[in-house]
Design a protein around this ligand. Structure first.
Ligand code: ATP
Ligand code: ZN
Length: 288
């Protein structure tokens, strides 16, 4: 029974850098040589396959790769196409966030899609949406430059990925309906053998630890003992904070692991409740 794992990640594109970072932070070291299809990790039984993102769900589905990192948008599209897939989504990874939306040259609504031509790289998701909403329209598949199709007159509207909205604006398109929100996700093949599964579980725990840490901050501040209750209430997503006595007997240091972002507004509120010397620090890894 083979125990060495294979993970498929995007070789070149918007997911690549963060996918490599995530694996490195999970303690997997390998060298990335531009253009190489395969890298072998030195300190974990795993090979890394660098491929096009569209191929990742199929590679995991047929077991050529045991694990993959891919955008949820690409995964959902493939799962509809496959009907019966062998892929399990195990973790949201918190990067490459975007949404899949309808957009058109002038603001429209969903009912105005009737009998129109919609250009998209996600024909299965769009067709499913149209069927569910009883709308008849023509869906045409484009694998690139979808945003140009209304301008050259080959589509009335598009369904494409949006992050900042700058590409839509540059092409005079207005977003009028969001279909889904997406981010990078970790997927695994459903039939991984027991020997491999031990390593897959270990890897998932490590990756989960890195993702949790990315979303967490360690907050340290000083406060009068009388203000502790009010201050602790304001610390976002913290469990039981640690209180440390200070030399000045009226004062304590409060340390808390906050599992949600700590914004400037929160820090200003903490200060207004009497907190001083507020430090917000990044967290590298968390093992629960
Ligand atoms: P490939 O050559 O591997 O097929 P691609 O051009 O299809 O690459 P990229 O543009 O690198 O793909 O995007 C990969 C993924 O990054 C998308 O599927 C999506 O999940 C995510 N993403 C995040 N923000 C955006 C955005 N603004 N536009 C497009 N994709 C985005
Ligand atoms: Zn692609």
């Amino acid at each position: 029974m083979k125990s060495r794992l294979t993970i498929a990640i995007q070789g070149k594109g918007r997911l690549s850098k963060e996918s490599v970072n995530l694996l490195n932070k999970s303690g997997i070291s390998f060298s990335v040589n531009n253009g190489n299809l395969l890298a072998k990790a030195k300190n974990f039984p795993i090979d890394i396959l660098f491929v096009r993102d569209d191929d990742i769900p199929s590679l995991v589905n047929n077991g050529i790769a045991d694990i993959g990192i891919v955008g949820d948008n690409v995964l959902i599209e493939k799962i509809i196409e496959l009907k019966n897939s062998n892929i399990k989504k195990v973790l949201d990874l918190g990067f490459s966030r975007c949404k899949l939306s309808f957009a058109a040259p002038a603001v429209k609504n969903i009912s105005s899609l009737k009998n129109k031509i919609i250009a998209t790289s996600y024909p299965n998701i769009v067709r499913k949406y149209l069927i569910e909403n009883n709308i008849t329209a023509k869906v045409v598949n484009f694998n690139g430059s979808v945003e140009l199709t209304p301008y050259i007159g080959i589509a009335d509207c598009i369904c494409d990925l949006v992050s900042s909205g700058a590409t839509l604006e540059a092409n005079n398109l207005v977003e009028f309906k969001e279909l889904l929100k997406s981010q990078a996700v970790l997927i695994i093949n459903n039939d991984i053998n027991n020997k491999k599964m031990l390593y897959v579980e270990k890897l998932i725990k490590r990756i989960q630890g890195v993702v949790n840490a990315n979303e967490s901050k360690y907050v340290m501040l000083n406060a009068d003992s009388s203000d502790v209750k009010a201050i602790c209430k304001l610390l976002p997503g913290s469990e039981s904070p640690t209180l440390i006595p200070l030399e000045d007997t009226n004062k304590v240091a409060i340390h808390a692991l906050c599992q949600e972002p700590v914004f400037w507004e929160t820090m200003e509120k903490l200060k207004a409740k009497g907190a001083s010397s507020i430090l917000v620090m990044p967290v590298e890894k968390i093992l629960n």
